[in-house]
Ligand binder design. Structure first.
Ligand code: NAD
Length: 335
């Protein structure tokens, strides 16, 4: 039985408690939060779970094998490092940390101690993203040409971290996964902060690669409507992934274009193909349960989870470069 301690019981933490409680071979041993009301809410639902205000009590407890962090972004590195140094495997909420250097240090500590270090990239565990991944891996899509993702709503402003650390992190983790860890060579981001806090609440990230793939991500906390839509284009087919759709989240279009290149450059012809549209049936699974199971498996069976530290590193590397570009009005940052 893997005993888990969960730190942070704000908006997201209670979902983690519920899911870890339901994983075979795991039990939530303790939870920590500064806020006693939040602790009491968990106590009412799960009276056997120990409560504490100080996360160090969890890190110091020899009965606890694994720590899950659902605290604000700026605390991730510090708390994860403390837990790893106490020989706990650690799963951190997205994003894994706030810089590439921090992630690399955490990876080094985890590797040296044979501990699991994972990040909750929740969307990788959805039926929709699993389907997209299988369509790409089977070759049905052809070569990836573009990934264009919009994640916008009237969202809660974070006082410390721009919208890309809150929302684009999801799109970047999905891109990283479905593309098999494809790394951009350069990043450019533009956006705006509409408050005196100076934290960008609207942003556009472009990713450039050393081939003809292109990725673009729109993130916003100031949209009147909620949109979660990703267009993925390949040389053979195209996918629309609409996460707001209750069931028909994925549509696969047998559409595309091909260019004939005659010797006379002025006679270029572009042929368009409009074929069938296929809507695959997706399994109804709770992604967070998959996350919790993957973390526990990574500890008990020494497997590599989907949300592994490398994917966390790839995502944070891009976020860090994008943030640098964002404050310099779109300056191209070479990675
Ligand atoms: N995977 C997802 O889809 C998803 C969704 C929402 C949030 N998140 C992530 O979850 C994390 C938390 O976000 P949230 O919205 O729940 O934040 P929140 O502010 O609602 O809650 C954070 C909680 O952590 C507690 N806390 C902070 N530092 C602590 C410490 N040292 N010891 C004990 N308790 C501490 C706070 O008291 C608070 O209750 C963030 O990393 C966020 O990006 C992920």
């Amino acid at each position: 039985m893997i005993k888990v301690g969960i730190v942070g019981l704000g908006y997201w933490g209670p979902n983690l408690v519920r899911n870890f409680q339901s994983v075979n071979g795991a039990e939530v041993h303790s939870v920590a939060d500064f806020d006693n009301n939040r602790l009491q809410k968990i106590h009412q639902l799960y009276p056997k779970i120990n409560l504490c205000n100080d996360a160090n009590e969890i890190f110091e407890n020899p009965e606890i094998d694994a720590v899950v962090l659902a605290t604000p972004i700026n605390t991730h590195y510090d708390l994860a490092k403390k837990a790893l140094l106490k020989n706990k495997s650690v799963m951190v909420e997205k994003p894994l940390a706030t810089s590439r250097a921090e992630v690399l240090e955490l990876m080094e500590i985890a590797d040296a101690r044979g501990l699991s270090l994972m990040v909750d990239h929740t969307f990788l565990y959805t039926g929709a993203v699993q389907k997209i991944k299988s369509v790409i891996d089977s070759g049905e899509l052809g070569n990836l040409q573009y990934f264009d993702s919009t994640r916008i709503n009237l969202g809660l402003f974070n006082p410390n971290w721009s919208v890309i650390w809150d929302l684009a992190v999801h799109d970047l983790s999905i891109f990283d996964y479905i593309s098999g860890g494809k790394k951009p060579v350069a990043v450019s981001a533009t956006g705006i902060a509409h408050t005196k806090m100076g934290i960008e609440n609207l942003a556009y990230i472009s990713l450039f690669f050393d081939d003809d793939t292109f990725a673009h991500i729109t993130s916003s906390w100031i949209s009147p409507v909620k949109i979660r839509k990703t267009l993925i284009g390949g040389t053979k087919k195209m996918i629309i992934y609409d996460d707001v759709e209750p069931t028909e989240k994925i549509k696969i279009y047998d559409s595309g274009f091909s260019v004939s290149t005659p010797e006379d450059m002025h006679k270029w012809l572009i042929d368009y193909r409009f074929g069938d549209i296929y809507i695959p049936k997706l399994p109804q699974i709770e992604a967070l349960k998959g996350v919790a199971e993957d973390f526990i498996r990574s500890i008990s069976e020494k497997t590599t989870p989907l949300g592994n530290a490398n994917s966390g590193l790839n995502v944070v590397t891009i976020l860090e470069a994008a943030q640098k570009s964002l404050v310099n009005r779109g300056e191209t940052i070479i990675i």
